[in-house]
Design a binder for this molecule. Structure first.
Ligand SMILES: [Zn+2]
Length: 296
């Protein structure tokens, strides 16, 4: 999937209505300015400003804030519901202490998972990434530095952030296919969507959040996941921390409980690319806006 001429950068997926999608926030601004001028100047009724403006603002907010929204970019959040499979995903790693234990726990259960890694953490410990791939897991891009200011930056910055991680991933033996990307905290503004499209990435959200970043004990994480899990779910967990020097200590004990519970329910743990492959066209996102699944 990676373009041979530009290592780490994939072909652009088909994405219709691109200009309209990525300029909705500009259209909103223009609409508000025009109608705010027209209401007092030409005695237009107030609803002309408020009602369509609120609808457009709600649409833009949904596209940016709801991780599974496909408004700005087709985003996969689950697989087919008739498969006895789930995809466990781990964000913010690799962590030198927690990630090896996660890999041990997955290996003990014959489970496969997907790791959305922070680029600069990946290049600091490439041996962990090589182990992930050697043991059949998938690796996705979770930005270069997981900046908390990511959504305040413009297109060029977003593109650099993605390409830097993509190039680090492409340097691994057997670059992950397809090229997966998960935006930090799941937010995507149109500039980020445009950069993702330029890199030809498959955007992956989740259908079940483990709430492991808020929980106080591993049992509550496992209880939540096992109470809510459905076939085809993409489950969000964290093996790393976006703040240097902190650890996700709950991850491994919670994972062991989750793996036992999933086995008891007859749900097999597969990677995101495998879940997409098994699901075929049944999870094609965003049909309503005329796009098709980017690459699977
Ligand atoms: Zn993250």
């Amino acid at each position: 999937m990676h373009d041979a001429a530009t290592p780490g950068v994939s072909a652009k997926p088909v994405l219709r209505w691109r200009w309209l999608r990525w300029n909705l926030h500009h259209l909103l601004l223009a609409y508000v300015v025009i109608t705010a001028t027209g209401v007092p100047a030409f005695s237009w009724p107030w609803w002309v400003l408020v009602v369509p403006g609120a609808l457009l603002a709600g649409l833009v907010a949904d596209g940016m804030l709801r991780p599974s929204s496909s408004l700005f970019y087709p985003t996969v959040s689950h697989g087919a519901r008739n498969l006895a499979c789930v995809a466990l995903t781990f964000d913010d790693g690799p962590d030198p202490v927690i990630t090896p234990q996660v890999l041990d726990a997955l290996a003990a259960h014959g489970a496969r998972a997907s790791f959305f890694v922070i680029g600069k953490s990946l290049v600091a410990q490439p041996e962990l990434a090589r182990r992930m791939l050697a043991e059949g897991h998938a690796i996705g891009n979770h930005s270069w530095q997981h900046s908390r200011w990511q959504n305040f930056h413009q297109f060029r910055w977003q593109l650099r952030e993605l390409e830097r991680s993509e190039q680090a991933l492409a340097a691994l033996p057997g670059a992950p296919q397809p090229a997966l990307y998960r935006p930090p905290v799941g937010l995507k503004r149109p500039e980020l969507a445009r950069a993702g499209w330029q890199c030809g990435l498959t955007l992956v959200a989740w259908s079940l959040h483990g709430r492991d970043t808020f929980a106080r004990d591993p049992q509550s994480v496992a209880r939540r996941v096992l109470a809510k899990v459905r076939a085809g779910d993409i489950v969000l967990l964290h093996d790393g921390h976006d703040l240097g020097g902190r650890r996700r200590e709950l991850c491994v004990p919670a994972l062991r409980l989750i793996l036992e519970g999933l086995r008891a329910r007859g749900l097999r743990c597969v990677t995101v690319p495998e879940l997409l492959r098994l699901s075929g066209d049944s999870v094609s996102p965003s049909v309503w806006v005329g796009s098709r699944k980017p690459r699977a």
